[in-house]
Design a protein around this ligand. Structure first.
Ligand code: ADP
Length: 167
């Protein structure tokens, strides 16, 4: 059976799913945006866990525990910076989602919450990013029951609602 996909408006740090995904940077360092919020909520042990992992290339994902978060795991996915669209951005964004789902399965998660990876500071246009997110998660591995897209603003939520009901 394929995973149930849903979009909600909210703050991903409060999600009670098995794994939340972080829109990480390649250094796996605390930054701004959703990454900063996750580091602040998970506590100082996350800094040490990410330092031990050492970093990840764009399009990859790695897991740490959730520490002080309600979610058991954090999957740190490195999305692409938008350079206009001809630098492999679509493939790299799809890879960030696909690898996140694979890593979630590896740690035993069946429910996963995603932020809108790359659409904030990294500048990926919202509509094409949403299409890639939804299309990639529609073919989630069979172990995944639930994919929840946690949108931080109404515009993002609207884009996901449209994409989820479009096809
Ligand atoms: P990136 O660097 O990958 O673009 P950002 O964190 O700048 O990552 O933005 C990705 C998306 O996450 C944006 O839609 C932003 O509004 C959203 N966001 C920021 N904080 C949170 C949060 N606490 N929960 C969910 N989404 C968030």
């Amino acid at each position: 059976m394929s995973a149930r996909l849903e979009a909600v408006l909210g703050d991903i740090t409060g999600e009670t799913v098995d794994a939340i995904v972080n829109a990480a940077n390649p250094q796996l360092a605390a930054g701004a945006g959703v990454c900063g919020a996750i580091f602040a909520a998970a506590g100082h042990e996350l800094v040490e866990a990410c330092a031990a992992l050492g970093g990840a290339p764009t399009g990859e994902a790695l897991a740490t525990p959730g520490f002080d978060l309600p979610a058991r795991w954090i999957v740190h996915a490195v999305g692409p910076v938008w350079f206009g669209g001809d630098q492999g951005e679509p493939e790299l964004l799809a890879s960030a989602y696909r690898r996140s789902l694979d890593v979630a399965v590896e740690v035993g998660a069946t429910s996963v919450a995603f932020p809108a990876i790359s659409t904030g500071i990294y500048g990926y246009p919202l509509e094409p990013a949403t299409r890639i997110a939804v299309a990639t998660c529609r073919t989630a591995p069979p172990e995944i029951d639930l994919v929840r897209f946690v949108c931080f603003d109404a515009e993002t939520h609207g884009a996901y609602e449209r994409e989820l009901t479009a096809t």
